[in-house]
Design a protein around this ligand. Structure first.
Ligand code: NAG
Ligand code: NAG
Ligand code: NAG
Ligand code: NAG
Ligand code: NAG
Ligand code: NAG
Ligand code: NAG
Ligand code: NAG
Length: 364
């Protein structure tokens, strides 16, 4: 097993050096590979492991349960996150979510582009009666007063429907079927701060109130995280994503970051192709469906050819688990750096905005 592990580690290092992905590149000052498109309307129920070619766990571990995908903070600096490999160029994202409750814990559903356009739903763990709406254009964080605060009940114990409806003219946040906020293109600094470039979908939970973070950050997050009182869990039951364009990919033809500069490349979306394929996990499913007696047979090392095939299934599991740990170890440092950088960018205005609007509040 340790030989396997060593080989896997070497592979991972080689791959991470050679794989130039779209998200590593900022189209505002570089020529980037085109972003893969979703190019369709599709719903996912997060009750079983998702195809990693479509939904990628970018940090930590996610528990896929009957209730939905559970994003848990179990120990210091845990911050599990999931993101789509596909991008949408305007469209609808409908998420059914239970926020994580607790001081200093932030749950979020984010649409984000390579040049840091961003559309958010955010929940701050001390208040289970509030969801916040937010947006950024090209990472510009200097404007205060753009956060929206929306009342709802039992956001931690009940699933609510958080839907973003995004076009080139306007952005709408819908909460349980009610329109709670509209942002017009022209009202976001004449469009300059308007999110308008192909974005992927990200879910995550983050210990913003970690005791090592800045005081301002801890305050807006509602206090210091008490890791002993955890775990803190956000649950995403299901998501529907409707891309308003159909095509293969989205190409930035210049460095303006304007929606007018985005070329929709014709062709079949690789995500649609992948959706139409036999799911990658079918081997694992076959294994799960086997009677216990057959599994015992495999464990005992029966030599029949058919059983060898099944043993392949067991090995596959081991590989998947290792792969998960390996990716975690390799990504963790990078993730924490990125997160801190993003936090430093946004926390200045959040501290000011929240300082006036909301201070520290105890959890009820
Ligand atoms: C692109 O610009 C961003 C900010 O505008 C900067 O953070 C980044 O380092 C730049 N990248 C390159 C490759 O110049
Ligand atoms: C999008 O898909 C959902 C189910 O996944 C369906 O209910 C809805 O009608 C579809 N919308 C369009 C415009 O096709
Ligand atoms: C997940 O939910 C879908 C749709 O409700 C259902 O068809 C499927 O069997 C469920 N999967 C599991 C593992 O329960
Ligand atoms: C960022 O937004 C602020 C406030 O809306 C605006 O004054 C400033 O010009 C913007 N910066 C850029 C680079 O667009
Ligand atoms: C929680 O948020 C709601 C909606 O914004 C607000 O009415 C309420 O006062 C807040 N509660 C606390 C404890 O901050
Ligand atoms: C969720 O809200 C959106 C926007 O109002 C609506 O179109 C959609 O049908 C809702 N989903 C469910 C399952 O009610
Ligand atoms: C994307 O646009 C650039 C600039 O117009 C062009 O050089 C490149 O070939 C395009 N890529 C694709 C995949 O269309
Ligand atoms: C795109 O998909 C269609 C139908 O699924 C198929 O007939 C066609 O060959 C595909 N095109 C390419 C370029 O793969």
């Amino acid at each position: 097993m340790s030989l396997f592990y060593t080989l896997a580690l070497l592979m991972a290092i080689v791959c991470s050096v050679t794989a130039q992905t779209f998200t590593d590149c900022d189209p505002l000052n570089a020529t980037c590979p085109a972003a893969p498109a979703l190019g369709t309307n599709h719903s996912w129920v997060f009750n079983e492991t998702m195809d990693s070619k479509i939904w990628k766990v970018t940090n930590g571990e996610i528990d896929w349960t009957d209730d939905g995908a559970e994003f848990s903070i179990k120990k210091k600096l845990d911050s599990p996150t999931l993101q789509s490999t596909f991008f949408i160029f305007f469209g609808i994202v409908e998420s059914h979510v239970k926020m994580a409750k607790g001081h200093g814990i932030v749950s979020s559903v984010v649409l984000q582009s390579a040049d840091r356009d961003e559309i958010d739903w955010e929940w701050v763990g001390y208040n289970t009666s509030e969801v916040q709406s937010n947006y950024f254009g090209k990472g510009n964080d200097t404007s205060f007063g753009r956060g929206g605060f929306h009342y709802l009940e039992n956001a931690d114990t009940e699933f609510h429907n958080y839907t973003t409806h995004w076009t080139q003219e306007k952005l709408e946040w819908w909460l349980d079927g009610n329109l709670v906020r509209t942002l017009k293109y022209e009202d976001a600094l004449d469009g300059k701060n308007y999110p308008q470039t192909p974005s992927n979908v990200r879910f995550g939970v983050w210990p913003a109130g970690d005791s090592d973070n800045r005081q301002g950050t801890i305050e807006w997050a509602g206090g210091v995280v008490d890791y002993d009182a955890g775990p803190y869990t956000m649950v995403v039951k299901n998501v529907r994503v409707h891309d308003f364009h159909t095509g293969k990919e989205y190409n930035y033809t210049d460095h303006t970051g304007s929606w007018k500069s985005i070329d929709v490349v014709k062709g079949n979306s690789t995500t649609v192709d992948q959706l139409n394929k036999e799911p990658e996990k079918s081997m694992a499913q076959k294994w799960a469906e086997l009677p216990q007696a057959a599994k015992v047979g495999v464990y005992c090392g029966a030599a029949a050819a058919g059983v060898l095939l099944l043993a392949g299934g067991a090995l596959y599991f081991v590989k998947q688990r290792k792969k998960g740990r390996l990716e975690y170890a390799l990504d963790d440092a990078k993730w924490n750096n990125d997160r801190t950088e993003m936090n430093n960018l946004q926390s200045t205005w959040k501290t000011s905005e929240w300082g006036g609007h909301r201070g520290y509040h105890p959890v009820n």
